[in-house]
Write a protein that binds this ligand. Sequence first.
Ligand SMILES: Cc1cc2nc3c(=O)[nH]c(=O)nc-3n(C[C@H](O)[C@H](O)[C@H](O)COP(=O)(O)OP(=O)(O)OC[C@H]3O[C@@H](n4cnc5c(N)ncnc54)[C@H](O)[C@@H]3O)c2cc1C
Length: 129
Amino acid sequence: MSDFPTTTRVVIIGGGVVGASCAYHIAKAGWDCVLLEKNELTAGSTWHAAGNCPSFSSSWAVMNMQRYSLELYRGLADEVDYPMNYHVTGSIRLAHSKERMQEFERARAMGRCKLSTKCKILVCAPPEQ
Ligand SMILES: Cc1cc2nc3c(=O)[nH]c(=O)nc-3n(C[C@H](O)[C@H](O)[C@H](O)COP(=O)(O)OP(=O)(O)OC[C@H]3O[C@@H](n4cnc5c(N)ncnc54)[C@H](O)[C@@H]3O)c2cc1C
């Protein structure tokens, strides 16, 4: 602990994905920062996460953050020179109502508009009576 910094510009408390991401981006911006974790890195909710990386939301701001994250994860292993098993699958969502369909159309339009998120709507024929 003798080399533990006694001064820093930013202190981050908690080494889950949010704290680690803050540390990464703050360090990348050239600021000193120290991350304090009371247990071990990713010991909280992050340890339990299934690792799904969504690209779909009804909020433009959230969808834009998701786009940024997905781009970041693609290049992160090379950037930090640490092997990561990042497997991109895409996802399927089901709409059971007109309202849900409208929500999906809106998200598709947001994806097209600057986010370059690929989103396709497939319409199934209604079951025969
Ligand atoms: C079963 C499950 C599955 C999930 N699956 C997904 C998924 O597939 N995709 C997805 O995007 N999200 C998923 N999530 C949600 C996701 O895991 C959380 O939103 C995310 O991990 C929260 O990260 P965090 O950094 O905010 O919190 P945490 O990961 O909980 O990190 C907080 C950290 O702070 C530390 N801490 C707390 N108090 C102090 C203190 N006083 N001093 C120092 N350290 C402290 C804790 O030890 C902990 O390590 C899932 C969650 C669960 C529970």
